[in-house]
Design a binder for this molecule. Sequence first.
Ligand code: FES
Length: 578
Amino acid sequence: MTKKAKKGGAKLRSEEWFGRHDRDAFVHRSWMKNQGFPHDLFESRPVIGICNTWSEVTPCNAHFRELAEHVKYGVLDEGGFPLEFPVMSLGETMMRPTTMLFRNQVAMDVEESIRANPFDGVVLMMGCDKTTPALLMGAASCDLPTIGLSGGPMLNGRYRGETIGSGTHTWKFTEALKLGTMKMSELPEAEACMSRSAGHCMTMGTASTMASMVEALGMGLPTNAAIPAVDSRRKVLARMVGRRIVQMVREDLRMSKILTKEAFENAIMVNGAIGGSTNAVVHLLAIARRVGVNVTLDDWDRLGQSMPCLVNLMPSGDFLMEDFYYAGGIPVVVKEIGRFLHKKALTVNGSSIWDNSKDAVNYDERVITPVAKPFKPQGGIAVLRGNLAPQGAVLKPSAATPKLMKHKGRAVVFEDIDDLHRRIDDPKLDVKPDDILVLKNCGPKGYPGFPEVGNFALPAKILKQGVTDMVRISDARMSGTAYGTVVLHVSPEAAAGGPLALVQNGDVIELDVERRKLQLHVTSAELSRRKAKWKKPPPHADRGWVKLYCDTVLQADEGVDLDFLAGKSGAKVGRPSH
Ligand code: FES
């Protein structure tokens, strides 16, 4: 086998564009040559698409243009031909109403961009929250050899001598402002102290969780998750990714060979061990549907139940991603929980997850605790069911207040986010600390887009009593950087006519996390009476993406993909355009 050839001498996909002796190949090569590519790059070299989510309005990915250059060096080192292409980016802190409304749109962009172009393999450049699942979903539906490259977390935040974490301290500062212990005039300094470098949120929020999932699924090279964005070793990793993807094309190592049921089960267990974000639930369900692997909410509950949380990172703990990298990162976590994992699961470097991790050394047991002495006894995601959530709801025990995980209380209901904003801080609001706050119409169809509002701040009058947590229930998600006894992803959502829509002020709700129960203590006859009076909310749009999304989006227990996007179509070369 020559360095340029594919395993078994099979033809490269890109040769349908560049390797022919006809007018179409002339057109494909000639126009590309306007960028200064020498002719030999078009001769039977694996063409590697570098899918870049760089954008100045996605600050977490703003360093991606430079990082992509290092991927290109690696591709060229190994005899490939790198071609960078953009897809829509999703800036979590910028986009309204919520980036999650557009995750599936980006996945479609990625899928069609890969399929329509002359790529033999793909590098996915991902960072800010939704960019990771969106790119994995789109690429999975094409099933070419693919590696995920995360952009890395920001450096630790530091404010007036205190270590502060992205997002996590946003919630803390919000509460301090409500309490009057922080002034508005202090915010500009705090803003700069929180976001000190390129990279994504450095707490164990959704971005860090999903970068960890990339590694745990076997879709990234070891240490992908934690190297800080500005550490020179992130550039080295990018270069190694560039080299490895060319080899993967030669080996025909496709995504579907890596994303097996075992890989998803490993990722779910690693999510428990790192105290990962609840958002990983919907994203992994959606990715699994694309590759045709059956992963359900029950897998999350089954595999998470016994998994201790080892990683002491905010929002549940004290440290940040930079500390996690110095302690050893995901390979140490994998080594610690190895006895639970599918050790033989294949990863993109051609070795098993266990072979990649078995020699990892834990350099700081304050950050990654040994499994025999875990940071928290329960790290997984609890899946709750009952007449309030017939298709399930989720709660993150490691972020919750232990005494509230078994609680019965009176419902204080907000019909939607506007109602919440209008009344939550009203001194006349009838609310007591042991009530349960219920927020409706914030699910995939309801908001629309399934925003991260489930961890809404407590009423000011409650905070002033020194109370820091109450049970909150909604059909929304919550930021991975948030904390609290928060029941999320209630399915079916209120806007789809789920029982959540029928809850009224004063109803009694019972939460029992140990028994996985979420029960509305209202008779079924009364619920039927209320259902008969329920009216579907008016549509959010009569055209465009929002209409397509609202008409076809699945519920949280199915991953919130569009119903017609399940599965994969491969990467068959289409007809020429001329
Ligand atoms: Fe981009 Fe948190 S805002 S990862």
